[in-house]
Ligand binder design. Structure first.
Ligand SMILES: Cc1cc2nc3c(=O)[nH]c(=O)nc-3n(C[C@H](O)[C@H](O)[C@H](O)COP(=O)(O)OP(=O)(O)OC[C@H]3O[C@@H](n4cnc5c(N)ncnc54)[C@H](O)[C@@H]3O)c2cc1C
Length: 552
């Protein structure tokens, strides 16, 4: 195709319906990638957001790819932290997901850093041979230094270090409502059009492609490519295009959530991790932001009525929950059969949702938007693009589904919900095959290759810390040397001491980041500095490598 015809065929507009996290993250990524450096005509990006339908209002914990995304988008991390009341996340603390032989609750961490090999051999084999499989719940602690940072409530970088610098892997906790507003303001400053109106009708041509959206106030708006970010209601892909929804309820039993914001019990002490505490019919999240704590209970309506769940949750929270009235959210767990249908691509909750145990949804939104860029169509809207996009997206859903199923499958709790969660399900073949493999080897790098969010270390950690490998021995243990292990543990202990001594208190770090005098609590207006950066960004923000690198 000649450059001239490529330009002629180029779409001139993308219409995103929905102004939640999905809508704004997608707008931000599309705008940066398509308009960041282009000499050709801009692709106009419009976000239509209902003034009447609220956003889901949750989604406050993220995964370690998030700092990289913000950096690629040319976002000032300090402003992001201040305006979204963000805090740092160094891992997830799993509490009472497992019990020891005497029925005592155990806890373990899922940490972002993975250990280096010892002379080519995973130190997991050394641990198994020399530290003893009976100490399984100490596995992550022994191999990765960051659990000590979490216990000591340390931040990931020194007070003198700048944006995106860090000694260890980190993600964020972020106020969901403020984050959407923060992104909206930057998007608008960068040229994205924001329309506050309701889509009340969708018009289609003879081939079923969407030709126009009818808005309550503005009337008909013609469209070329529509991104459905309308949340669980899937207003376009589900209600208009009638794409079937494939439920995961036979694998994942939780279908409801309670959400509640509470004050910090001790405002100067902010744990730099998300907590996940198993309860009678699900688990409770605890996401400490700078300003408050976001908490909730993900549970199964088969095992708890809403009233029973609320009682159990408030008992669990204790005095912190005084006057609390948790919001009840119905969760639709599963995915659309296809996410790109005709000229509509669903991103965010409208495309599907796997429960929030590993805080993967915002990452999935980011990945979907990156893949849309890689598959960006012209007016011919080749079905091959949609096919490839749908295959990738379904594979991602299945990867994440498997990892979440594994959390439930590997527990030993005995309440009816927990028994059902592991006994009533038929493991997906993809997971069953791996578990079989891991009877003879511990999970290792070659088992999880490619564009994956969860690597071998995540699987190894979750399984090892729950005692799955306790009674097994592995051929490769014979290659582990005692001297190597002793040297490793000495180095590790030194490194932990240095890290804890050298890094500041998490709260102190957040305060220093927020210390600019003009910062007002909960302020979401983009201050002049970032607005200027945003305005200049069409020419100065480095163009991210949208086509090459994996999003993990
Ligand atoms: C209990 C729970 C906990 C979660 N925790 C996490 C977490 O820790 N980490 C994480 O990454 N994710 C989490 N998620 C997922 C996360 O909340 C969502 O992925 C994220 O908020 C994106 O939501 P959304 O933008 O797709 O939908 P929504 O926030 O529901 O936004 C939908 C938008 O569509 C608009 N809209 C709807 N209908 C129309 C219409 N007809 N016309 C115009 N506009 C319309 C609405 O006004 C709104 O702006 C959680 C989800 C749940 C349910």
């Amino acid at each position: 195709m000649s450059a001239q015809s490529a330009e002629f065929n180029r779409l001139t507009g993308v219409t995103i319906v929905g102004g939640g996290t999905a809508g704004w993250v997608t707008a931000m990524i599309l705008n940066s990638a398509l308009n960041g450096r282009s000499d050709g005509p801009r692709v106009g990006i419009t976000v239509i957001e209902s003034p009447n339908v609220p956003t889901v209002g949750v989604g406050e914990s993220t995964v370690p790819g998030m700092p990289r995304l913000l950096k690629q988008l040319g976002i000032d991390e300090t402003q992001f932290m201040r305006q979204c009341n963000a805090s740092f996340k160094l891992g997830v603390r799993f509490v009472h997901w497992h019990e020891d032989a005497a029925g005592r609750p155990l806890e373990y961490f899922n940490l972002f850093n993975s250990p280096a090999a010892i002379h080519g051999l995973s130190p997991a084999y050394h641990f198994h041979r020399f530290a003893g499989p009976e100490r399984y719940d100490e596995f992550a602690d022994a191999l990765v230094p960051t659990s000590d940072l979490i216990r000591a409530r340390r931040g990931p970088r020194g007070l003198e270090q700048g944006d995106y610098e860090s000694q260890v892997g980190y993600a964020y906790h972020v106020d969901a409502a403020l984050f959407a507003l923060f992104l909206r303001d930057i998007c608008v400053a960068r040229g994205v059009e924001h329309v506050l109106d309701d889509v009340v009708e969708v018009q289609q041509g003879e081939n079923g492609f969407i030709t126009a959206l009818k808005l309550k106030e503005r009337g008909l708006v013609p469209v070329q490519l529509v991104v459905d970010c309308t949340g669980f209601r899937s207003r376009i892909i589900g209600q208009v295009l009638e794409e079937p929804f494939e439920s995961y309820s036979d694998l994942l039993l939780c279908d409801r959530a309670l959400a509640q914001q509470i004050p910090h019990p001790e405002p100067g002490e902010i744990e730099p991790c998300t907590r996940s505490t198993a309860l009678g019919a699900g688990w409770s999240w605890r996401v400490p932001l700078h300003s408050r704590v976001g908490t909730g209970y993900v549970f199964s309506s088969r095992f708890r009525s809403d009233e029973e769940a609320i009682r159990e949750f408030l008992d669990f929270l204790g005095p912190q929950a005084k006057d609390a009235e948790p919001k009840v959210i119905r969760m639709r767990i599963g995915r659309m059969r296809r996410h790109w249908v005709k000229n509509c691509v669903a991103i965010g909750l409208s495309s599907g949702f796997i429960e929030p145990l590993e805080a993967t949804a915002i990452y999935m939104i980011e990945t979907a938007a990156r893949w849309l860029v890689r598959h960006f169509p012209d007016r011919a809207m080749s079905p091959v693009l949609a096919e490839s996009y749908n295959t990738l997206t379904n594979t991602l859903y299945e990867e994440i589904r498997d990892f979440i199923v594994l959390h439930y499958y590997s527990t030993n709790r005995k309440e009816p919900f927990w028994l059902a969660a592991r006994q009533e399900i038929e493991l997906p073949a993809s997971l069953a095959e791996r578990l079989e493999l891991w009877r003879t080897t511990l999970p290792n790098t070659v088992d999880t290759t490619g564009d994956r969010l969860f690597d071998y270390w995540n699987y190894l950690n979750v399984l090892y810390c729950k005692g799955t490998f306790r009674d097994r021995s592995y051929a490769l243990e014979g290659s582990a040397s005692r001297d190597d292990w002793d040297a490793f543990t000495r180095r590790q202990a030194n490194f932990k001491r240095r890290l804890v001594a050298g890094l500041p208190d998490h709260f102190e770090l957040l305060e220093s980041i927020r210390s600019a005098a003009d910062q007002a609590e909960n302020r979401h207006v983009v201050p002049p500095a970032i607005a200027a950066l945003a305005a200049a960004s069409r020419s100065t923000v480095p163009l991210p490598d949208w086509g090459g690198e994996a999003a993990a």
